[in-house]
Design a protein around this ligand. Structure first.
Ligand SMILES: Cc1ncc(COP(=O)(O)O)c(C=O)c1O
Length: 386
């Protein structure tokens, strides 16, 4: 007899991909598999947090999130994202992970289906399964640059479909979806009365004049989108565990039924740090983005010099999604051999679903430029020797 509930025994084990394999192996490895920013959290955010501790902000606070933080976020969302939910439509969460967990737990019933655009973000799978839902993958077309296409998604919609998860800008492909692509997805959601769970954790990390558009800002989408954000990536605050979601205020009590039972609320003084990020200077973030762009250019140009490899410049995020079809290797074999023989850890594209086969995801935002150069030398020697 097992002591555990069926939600544990009848759902798949969490797969950490190459992150788990590299941790088990250890040794002198250059890690380009995990999306952990190389930068330090800006000084003014740390200072505001320390000041909050010293001022005694060490107690329970508003369950939905500090009112002054939610006010500041509401102003930011209205100004930058075209999302107008007010402070009452914002819920501060423990990173984006808790925002999407709360949304999935609040929306998905036993047997409901959730569509993931593939290549997908694998961390959504466990959440959907824990809620009793079924993951339905909608593979996008690698040859067409992983564009959102209505004809690839519509056939996956059934009477049980409840939501579609969107990652924009997209991990792992680096796509920043155009207005036209988002309109195609929005039209489907409206026609079939679906909720869109929009993960915008990379909203600030866009290159070359690309513009990030929040799908909730499109006509008819405000009432059917849960938009999730975090300070994790662009502000280099991954360990702080702070993010937020924006939704129609009528949805917030249902979402808080999950978050308050789970963690009560987000750490009070961390929220003061988040407030400093929203209201303080943007220059520190812009300097980090400039470094990310230089890292992207280095990685993409070096990859495109290698035999059998092509890599489109990612429009956003901190990932290059390189096509290794011409090397004749599978993604998993290439990732394992790169770790074992070259000492560089990257993620196999197949971790993001079968459409990611023959791709490697390389995080260029996780190492300083000189270490990244060393990693690219090692990757170069590896593929040139084959
Ligand atoms: C698409 C996507 N969503 C969510 C997360 C996790 O965000 P957080 O650390 O804020 O929970 C990541 C981290 O890599 C991510 O790539």
């Amino acid at each position: 007899m097992t002591i555990f509930a069926r939600r544990i025994t009848e759902t798949s084990a969490k797969d950490f991909g190459m992150v788990g394999r590299a941790a088990a192996r250890g040794g002198d490895l250059i890690h380009l598999e995990l999306g952990r920013p190389v930068h330090d959290t800006p000084a003014h955010i740390k200072a505001a947090t320390i000041a909050a501790i010293e001022a005694g902000h060490v107690h329970y606070s508003d369950l939905q999130g500090l009112p002054e933080l939610r006010e500041a976020l509401a102003a930011k969302l209205a100004r930058d994202n075209g999302i107008n939910v007010g402070a009452e439509g914002i819920l501060v969460t423990n990173g984006l992970t808790q925002a999407s967990f709360a949304a999935i737990m609040a929306l998905i019933d036993q047997g409901d289906e959730a569509i993931l655009l593939e290549p997908y973000y694998p961390q959504h799978i466990g959440k959907i399964e824990l809620a009793g839902g079924r993951v339905v993958s909608a593979p996008l077309d690698a040859a067409a640059g992983f564009r959102i296409r209505r004809d690839l998604i519509a056939p996956k919609i059934t009477p049980r479909t409840k939501l579609i998860a969107l990652i924009n800008p997209c991990n792992p492909t680096g796509r920043v979806y155009s207005r036209e692509e988002l309109e195609e997805l929005a039209a489907l959601a409206i026609e079939h009365d679906l909720i869109v769970l929009s993960d915008e954790v990379y909203e600030e990390i866009v290159f070359d004049g690309n513009r990030h558009i929040s799908i909730a800002s499109l006509p008819g989408m405000a009432e059917r989108t849960i938009s999730c954000f975090a300070f994790t990536k662009a502000w280099a605050m991954d360990g702080w565990r702070v993010g937020y979601l924006a939704a129609d205020p009528s949805m917030i009590p249902a979402l808080m039924k999950i978050t308050t039972n789970e963690v009560t609320h987000v750490n009070t003084f961390v929220q003061h740090g988040a407030l400093a990020a929203v209201t303080g200077p943007r220059e520190p973030m812009e300097r980090m983005l400039e470094a990310d762009r230089a890292a992207r250019d280095l990685v993409v140009s070096r990859l495109n010099q290698l035999p059998g490899i092509t890599c489109a410049a990612p429009e956003g995020t901190i990932y290059a999604f390189a096509d290794i079809t011409g090397t004749g290797m599978t993604a998993r074999a290439a990732a394992e051999a790169l770790m074992d023989e070259a000492g560089v850890v990257v993620e196999a594209g197949s971790f993001y679903g079968p459409t990611g086969e023959h791709h490697l995801r390389i995080c260029f935002g996780a190492q300083p430029l000189d270490r990244l150069g060393e990693a690219m030398d090692r990757i170069g020697r590896f593929f040139n020797a084959r």
